[in-house]
Design a protein around this ligand. Structure first.
Ligand code: TYM
Length: 342
């Protein structure tokens, strides 16, 4: 049986990258699969979080899930810390994963920065908890943006090593689902950097709750270049911009990719439509489509965050359903490992 699991950290504003790279795909997958969507608050505290802000952001990501169209009646929506099985399996995985594997994780290197000695040990073992999130439900498919690919490869290695070490065929080898045109949305200020909630400049991202004026201002001020928009010679056989074009004109590639994703049109079609035009006209059209797709969702998110009782009740019910799936799996894992149980 196929089962989808994915998660988003409540560690900053939800932005267009989260939406196009992940949440929009979460919504679409509900049609055909049994889906579990988590707000990974335990991952968030691998970097310092103010407790009150963390509570608020956990509700905000939940509201984002709901406003985007995840149906809490069919899909399971909950926050990680309410289901102890994640931490329980993560500990077992801490003892399966090799230190050499963790040393290769680029996200740790990026987030720890120069001062690695001062990083939390949670940040280091972050990928083990992520593998536990997925495998504690025996999920088979994981929709994510491009930046999570390496973590999912590690999840596959962990499952394989666990199965080998204990001589079982227990955990599935998960498949990443990296779908859509915009699997890596870049910063509006610097097309060589990923759009991220941790970017100190708010102008680098479009937040899901930004109002129309803010979206218009951010797109107007987005970095561009002095050339006209390209024709379809910039697009490779795979339907994406060629590496050479992305390197030469990262901002043009990013803005056109965002436009194609928001309008659900092929990149070639979009590029043909704007070829030879200047950025100013294109940016106006991009603003219109961004406001049309995000505006209502952002308003609904803000309304929902105000009603914390409703959001909390969704998380409570989701956690109950998640626990019911995870508990028998943890019990079996404990038996496999040799832990005595009551
Ligand atoms: P996080 O919280 O950084 O991001 C949530 C999702 O959004 C995607 N994403 C992007 N996609 C395209 N362009 C971008 N600029 C962009 N920025 C973020 C991410 O790829 C992700 O899919 N480690 C995960 C959270 C996690 C998780 C899991 C995911 C914890 N446990 C289990 C899947 C399964 C993370 O930090 O995502």
């Amino acid at each position: 049986m196929n089962r989808i699991f994915s998660g988003v950290q409540p560690s900053g504003n939800l932005h267009l990258g989260n939406y196009l790279g992940a949440i929009r795909n979460f919504v679409a997958l509900q049609k055909d699969f049994d889906c579990i969507y988590c707000v990974v608050d335990q991952h968030a505290i691998t970097l310092w979080q103010d407790p009150e802000v963390l509570r608020q952001r956990t509700r905000e990501v939940t509201a984002g899930y709901l406003a985007a169209g995840i149906d809490p009646k069919t899909s399971v929506i909950f926050n990680q810390s309410q289901v102890a099985a994640h931490s329980q399996l993560a500990w077992v995985f801490n003892c399966v994963t090799r230190i050499g594997w963790l040393n290769r994780m680029t996200q740790f290197k990026d987030k720890a920065g120069k001062n690695r000695e001062k990083a939390s040990s949670g940040l280091y073992v972050y990928p083990n908890l992520m593998a536990a999130d997925i495998l504690v439900y025996k999920a088979t498919h994981v929709p994510v943006g491009e930046d999570q690919k390496q973590h999912l490869e590690l999840t596959r290695d962990i499952a394989q090593k666990f199965n080998n070490d204990y001589g079982v065929e227990y955990f599935p080898i998960v498949e990443p689902l990296i779908q859509g045109t915009a699997t890596r949305v870049m910063s509006l200020r610097d097309g060589s950097k990923k759009m991220s909630s941790s970017d100190p400049s708010d102008a680098a991202r479009i937040n899901m709750t930004d109002d129309a004026d803010t979206v218009a201002k951010k797109i107007r001020r987005a970095t561009s270049d002095s050339d006209l928009l390209p024709d379809s010679s910039a697009i490779g056989a795979d339907g994406q911009f060629t590496a050479a074009f992305r390197e030469a004109r990262p901002e043009a590639a990013n803005l056109l990719t965002i436009y194609a994703a928001l309008t659900d049109r092929g990149l070639t079609d979009v590029v043909d439509g704007f070829a030879g035009k200047g950025f100013a006209d294109f940016k106006k059209e991009l603003t219109d489509v961004a406001v049309a797709s995000l505006g209502q969702m952002g308003e609904e998110m803000k309304r929902m965050v105000e009603d914390s009782q409703y959001v909390d009740s969704i998380l409570r019910e989701g956690a109950e359903r998640a626990r019911a799936i995870a508990q028998p799996i943890i019990d079996e894992v404990y038996d496999i490992v040799g832990f005595l149980r009551p």
